[in-house]
Design a protein around this ligand. Sequence first.
Ligand code: HEM
Length: 127
Amino acid sequence: EKKLTPFEVIGEDNLNRLVDTFYGLVAQHPDLAPIFPNKFTEIARKQKQFLTQYLGGPPIYTEEHGHPMMRARHLPFPVTPTRSKAWLSCMEQAMDKVELEGPIREEFFSRLYLTAQHMINTPDGGD
Ligand code: HEM
């Protein structure tokens, strides 16, 4: 038997719901909202593409945007330790809201935790 990818386990509809819920929370977060654009349509679209391939689904982010190089793409934005924590906290709340539970949630979140650490490019108070 072929092992399912995390993308297959979560499912496209759930992943899309997660991303929309997540940016709804980011939009209201006092530490995060100021560095994001007012409209989340485009970033949500890109994040759905990115997370699809991050979770082992088809490489639709790379097809449209090229190599992810996520840290480089974040360099124009001051990602502080505080903002990294805030990002993860919005993601945790979004996972609660869409009821993403169990081992798949733990696996996904621990990867996001590492990626969010890696994205930090500015010290607190340095922006
Ligand atoms: C883009 C913030 C972590 C994936 C962005 C943008 C901001 C941002 C401000 C640009 C929005 C715009 O287009 O104007 C942050 C902060 C993070 C964080 C504060 C805290 C650690 C992450 C993580 C991931 C991620 C962990 C993936 C797992 C993306 C993607 C884009 C993006 C896919 C779109 C890139 C593109 O333009 O193609 N982020 N981010 N971010 N972020 Fe993050």
